[in-house]
Design a protein around this ligand. Sequence first.
Ligand code: ADP
Length: 444
Amino acid sequence: MGFWWRPIASLFGIGLIALLVWVGGSALMALGFLSLALLFYLFRQFWQENRLFRWLEKNGTTPAPLDTGAWGDIFYRLEKLQKRQNQSNSELVTALGQFKHAAEAVPDGIAILNQQDQIEWCNPASKRYLGLDCTRDKGQFIHYLLRQTQFVNFLSERDYSRWLNCRSPVNRDLLLSLQLVPFGSEQKLLIARDITELERVDAMRRDFVANVSHELRTPLTVVGGFVETLGEMDRLADVDLKHYFGIMHAHTKRMQRLLDDLLTLSRLESADNAITEEQIQVPDLVRELAREAESLSRNKHVVRVEIQSQSWLLGSLQELQSAFSNLVSNAVRYTPDGGQIILRWFEQEGQPVFSVIDTGEGIASEHIPRLTERFYRVDRSRSRETGGTGLGLAIVKHILTRHGARLDIQSTPGKGSTFSAIFPAERLIPAPADDQKPRLALVK
Ligand code: ADP
C-alpha cells in the first residue's frame, strides 16, 4: 500500500472519535474535540516540517530524526537517499583525485581546451613544455599564450589527424610534437610530447646512412670505372694491368675494412651481447701490440713499451685487443716517420690504465670531444690515405663503455697525443704467481 493512506487513516480516526463523542455526548463536545485534534495534527505537521528543514540544513551530516508513522518513513527514505548521494559523491571525489594524480604523472604536457580554445585545465608537464600555469592561465585563450604562427594555424585548422612539430616556446632546445584530440562537447585535449631524443636518433640514423653510402661510393666508382675501362680496351701491357688491379684491390680492401668495422659496431651495440669476462695478461698483450706497431710502421717509428704494473685485467680479450690495437694503429698512422710511440701499462689511483703516447701531428682541442663520433675525422684525406674508416675510435669507445671504462684524450697540435683507456679498479687483477698463470692465447 502507498504512503497516502497514513494521513488519511489519522484524519479518519479523528473523525470517527468525534462522531462517537457526538453520539455519546453532544455536538458541541464533538466539535471541540475535532478542533483540538485538528489543531494538534496541524501543529505536529509544522513541528515535523521544522525538524526536516533543520536536518536538511545540516546536509545529512547528522542522523535523520526518528519518528513513527508517515514522518518516520519520510525521514528514513530521505536519509537513505542522502547516504547514497554521499557515497557517490565520495566515489566521484576519489575518481577525480586519481585522475588528477594520473594526469600529473603523465610525462606529456596536457591541456584541456573548451569550445572557444580557452584553457580549462592543464598538468604540470605543460608548464615545462609550453609554459602554461594551471592556476594563472585558467580561462585564457591558448593562442594568446602560444603565439607562434604555425601553432595558431594548426589550432584553427581543426585537423585532428595532424601533428605539429615545433620548438618549445620556453626551451628552444626541446623539440615538441603537438596533437589535438577532440572529446566531449567540442572540448579538446592539447597534448605536447618531447621528441628531442627521437629526432636526434633519427638524424643520427640519416647521417649514418648518408655517411656509409658516401664511404662506399668512392671505392665502388673507382673499381667500376676500371672494370669498364678494362672491358673496352683491346690490348693492355702487363704493367698497366698490374697497376689497375693494384688500385682495384686497394679499394676493395677499403670497402671490406669498412664493412668489417660496421659489423663490429653493430655487434657491439646489440644489447643481448654481454662481454665475456676473462683474465687478461695485459703485459704480454702490450708487448704483442708493440710488435704489431713495428710491423705496421715498417720500422719508420721508434716503438717503446713501458710496463709499470704487472697486474692483469678482467674483460673480453678479443674486444680489448681490438680496442688497444685501434689506438696503436692510429698512433702509427698519425705520427710522421721518425716519431716515437710509447705503449704504457700502469696504475693510477688504483685504476688500471693503458696509454698510447705518440709524438705525431696532434689534434686541436675543438675536435677532441667529437673524435669518437662515427665517421668524424680531423683530416679526411690523411685518414683515407692511411686506410682509415673513420669508425676506429667509435669502436674503441663502445668497447670501453662495455667494460665500464672511459677514453681520455690529451693532445697538443704539432707535439703529439696520448690516448688512455682508464678502467674501473674492480677490473684490476693482481698478477697471479707464475705457476698459476692461465695460458691466454692472443687473438690473431
Ligand atoms: P680513422 O679511421 O679516420 O683513423 P678513427 O675513429 O680511428 O678514424 O679516428 C678519428 C679521427 O681522429 C682520425 O681521422 C684522426 O683525425 C684523429 N686521430 C685519431 N688518432 C689520432 C692520433 N693518434 N693522432 C692524431 N689524430 C688522431
